[in-house]
Design a protein. Structure first.
Length: 462
């Protein structure tokens, strides 16, 4: 097939034109199908008859025909979350072929790229005569110029490699989600600031401007800001190692820790606190659904974290003992005597089910680190506020009480009952800060100490 994708010496301008049946026959418009779409389209190129044997007529008619062909190709594209813009998709498809092509093929592709950019420029009011995509100052529109730069691999979208980086990492799903959020925020800021969202144009100054405008001026807490800035810094570090990207613009961009002052423990910036006995009564007596009611009591009488309860399986509740087999720290993997008040409740939840079944089978896995209690946590927050158990002080970021306050309440009651700090720490899954180990205790003695500690905690009378 005689396909012309560029102007030929002596033959006039025959770009996007071909005569598949030979000289003197009907002219056709032709459009190359990007390599990544050939399986979906089923062809390497698409043709459309111009219904003329006259080259002069074909030259005029080709542009509308090529636009139709490219629209047909675009139907087979599946935009990703970062690439919803059809022009960006088209540029990236051309880019993929461009970077793999040899010198001769790149020359042909550059004609395609500049032709397409010319169409983009014309669509926004430019004129064919003054179009010069690489001229300085450019007559082309910004959109057309960026198309040329992207398709010819002169600039790289910041988000192009994010999923590849995350797939190669050992980050938790929650951390990966946070990284995507940070990148999305940077992208939104670039759009608002009319700043190119490209690796090559993200300079030290751009990174500093983003930090100052998105976080400092917005009054974002330094910990939240630094978490997002850290994600961007780590992504760029990976880009440096993987692609030789020079200079990480996110280095030394962290915000300083807020100046330390003496903080009143009961003030708005003081630590979160345990529930009071009255708050415990209100929560346990309220109209909670059965799962929430069970989980609240288990946490209050064991000191377990919400996500630890969500991970319990039937086999983890044998012999009047909870076995926490998954935790963020070595100390978190532990056994906890089941409080006598809880045993009938746990036996009912276990029933005759298989040991591998979850104790709470209706909890949904969110996909973040296997967390099964995120929805319950949100329901509890709504439930707690509805009952008036809320303690958000003016100037504070959040309430001083949350589901973790059951755990704090358990620890407080156990310590008030006079139990040794290292015994309480073992039940809670904390590293003991006192220099007392369990080396002098037998397993039986330790079990008795822990059981006595758990049993000393009593729910307040209703």
């Amino acid at each position: 097939m005689n396909v012309n994708l560029r102007a030929e010496k002596g033959g006039g301008d025959r770009r996007y034109l071909t005569q598949p049946r030979g000289e003197g026959t009907t002219w056709y418009a032709v459009a190359e199908v990007p390599r990544t779409l050939r399986r979906a389209v089923g062809k390497k190129r698409l043709l459309k008859s111009l219904e003329t044997t006259d080259l002069r007529v074909a030259r005029i008619a080709r542009w509308n025909a090529v636009a139709d062909l490219k629209s047909e190709i675009a139907k087979h594209r599946t935009p990703g979350p970062e690439d919803q813009d059809p022009l960006l998709l088209e540029a990236m498809a051309l880019r993929e072929e461009f970077v793999r092509a040899d010198a001769a093929r790149r020359n042909d592709l550059m004609y395609q790229i500049t032709d397409r950019a010319e169409e983009i420029d014309l669509a926004t009011g430019g004129t064919r005569d003054d179009y010069e995509p690489f001229a300085e100052p450019r007559a082309a529109t910004k959109q057309a110029s960026q198309f040329v730069q992207l398709a010819s691999a002169k600039v790289t979208p910041v988000g192009l490699y994010i999923e590849r980086w995350l797939a190669a990492s050992t980050y938790s799903e929650r951390t990966k989600a946070d990284a995507r959020t940070a990148l999305a925020q940077f992208k939104d800021w670039c759009r608002t600031a009319s700043q190119g969202f490209f690796i090559e144009t993200t300079t030290d100054r751009v990174a500093a401007d983003f930090r100052d405008e998105a976080f400092v001026k917005a009054g974002v807490h330094f910990k939240t800001a630094n978490k997002k800035l850290s994600a961007l810094r780590q992504y760029w570090t990976w880009l440096e190692k993987s692609f030789g990207v020079k200079s990480n613009p996110w280095m030394r961009k962290s915000l300083p820790k807020a100046k330390s002052h003496r903080i009143a423990p009961d003030g708005p910036m003081g630590p979160e606190r345990p529930f009071t006995d009255d708050e415990i009564r209100i929560l346990l007596a309220g109209p909670a659904d059965s799962d929430m009611a069970d989980v609240m009591r288990i946490s209050a009488l064991s000191g377990m974290r919400l996500d630890e309860i969500g991970q319990l399986r039937v086999g983890d509740c044998r012999d009047d003992t909870f076995s926490v087999t998954r935790s963020k720290s070595a100390a978190g993997v532990r056994t906890i005597p089941i409080h006598s008040t809880l045993r009938p409740q746990i036996a009912k939840l276990m029933g005759r089910r298989d040991a591998s079944a979850y104790l709470f089978p209706d909890f949904q896995d969110t996909g973040w680190d296997g967390n099964r209690t995120m929805a319950l946590s949100k329901r509890f927050t709504y439930y707690r506020k509805k009952l008036g158990v809320h303690d958000k002080r003016p100037g504070a970021r959040r309430s001083k009480v949350n589901f973790h306050s059951f755990r704090r309440w358990f620890a407080t009651k156990a310590e008030d009952a006079g139990h040794r700090e290292n015994v309480v720490a073992d039940i809670m899954g904390h590293e003991s800060e006192v220099g007392i180990t369990f080396g002098l205790y037998s397993n039986a003695q330790l079990k008795r100490l822990k059981k006595a500690c758990v049993e000393s905690v009593k729910l307040p009378a209703s």
